[in-house]
Design a protein around this ligand. Structure first.
Ligand code: AHM
Ligand code: MG
Length: 332
């Protein structure tokens, strides 16, 4: 379908989603509703994240709060919130989450979509008031509507995503998503309870001067990565590493940079998960002009074999990723 006309900055997310839906003749509105469900859960998690310090005052994790309910950690709270929102919406028949080993069946076998989600990424930053994020990936199911969904629905491969995005709980909360045509960013106005279009049609700079990786792992990085990082230092690029993939990716997307999570001695396949961390960011990044690869291939080309598989992950401005790949080629 033709690219629907661009809406102005200040448009609310709901209006934006509705407008996009009308631009597609055969859209039934289910994907639109699903995106709204994700936004709603994002608002709730925004609220929980912002009062996390106060929750701590009322009791430690593992203890009971005044209502006699067990205190929950923020990542568990986020998992429950997203699961609930996606179940209540009825468009989703199954989901997988970083927090759960197996597939979660919503019971809505008439739902046409499955969702892979990392409800709250950046675990080391959760309790210390540093930016964290949610990452999501949406597929149209391939098992027949009405039947029980299965693992195949999640194993379609990165190119089959129909929508993907993230929510960044940073100095502002932002929802950034794509259905494959453009990438748009919405900033949350808590006083209105609305996500507002603030970053229409995001495009990545072709090149950049920021590199983001965990320097503490340097000794166990591949020679190619070490070489590339040496070049970054020689050029006096800026090292910026929050340790929250969403926040590091988002900054690099807007300013021009590369994020690297190479294989390490501790994580020989890399640390990040293909289905709900790498695929969604790779899909979204591609629409903005970024590249996302491991040392062998484009992330979206990787064949999925298991729900929680990991991959080395390099994502960012195309010139920077090309230079890294060049270092790999020279090592051969
Ligand atoms: P998590 O899913 O346990 O939060 O791990 C993913 C996070 C990413 O957000 C971040 O980029 C990376 O792990 C940081 O890892 P490290 O502390 O090894 O540098
Ligand atoms: Mg994670």
């Amino acid at each position: 379908p033709a690219h629907p006309e661009v809406l102005p900055v200040g448009t609310t997310l709901d209006r934006y989603i509705m407008h996009r839906q009308h631009a597609f003749a055969f859209a039934t509105g289910e994907l639109s509703q699903l995106l709204r469900d994700i936004a709603l859960a994002g608002k709730i998690v925004h609220r929980e994240v912002n009062r996390a310090g106060l929750i701590d005052l009322t009791g430690e994790v593992g203890l009971q709060n005044v209502q006699g309910e067990a205190q929950q950690k923020l990542d568990v709270i986020a998992d429950v919130r997203f699961r609930r929102a996606l179940t209540n919406g009825k468009e989703v028949c199954a989901l997988i989450s970083e927090e759960e080993e197996g597939i979660l069946f919503t019971g809505h076998n008439n739902g046409k979509y499955v969702v892979a989600i990392d409800p709250l990424d950046g675990s080391s930053n959760i309790d210390v008031d540093v930016s964290i994020g949610t990452i999501f990936s949406i597929y149209r199911r391939i098992t027949p509507v009405g039947s029980e969904p299965s693992v195949e629905d999640f194993m379609q491969g990165g190119h089959e995503q129909v929508a993907a995005g993230y929510i960044l709980y940073g100095s502002s909360t932002m929802l950034v998503y794509t259905t494959g045509y453009s990438v748009n960013g919405f900033t949350y106005d808590a006083s209105l309870g609305e996500f507002i279009l603030s970053h229409p049609d995001i495009k990545s700079p072709k090149n950049g001067t920021i590199y983001s990786c965990n320097d503490g792992n340097l000794d166990s990085y591949d020679e190619a990565v070490k070489k590339y990082l040496t070049v970054c230092r020689q050029r006096q690029y800026s090292a910026r590493y929050i340790g929250s993939l969403v926040a590091d990716f988002h900054r690099n997307l807007l300013k021009g940079g590369i994020y690297l999570y190479p294989p390490t001695s501790k994580n020989p396949d890399g640390k990040l998960r293909l289905l709900y961390e790498c695929y969604p960011l790779a899909f979204l990044a591609g629409v903005t002009g970024c590249l996302a690869v491991n040392e062998q291939e484009a992330i979206l080309n990787i064949k999925p074999v298991s729900l929680h598989q990991r991959t080395p992950f390099y994502i960012g401005a195309p010139k920077m990723v090309d230079e890294l790949l060049e270092c790999y080629k020279n090592e051969k």
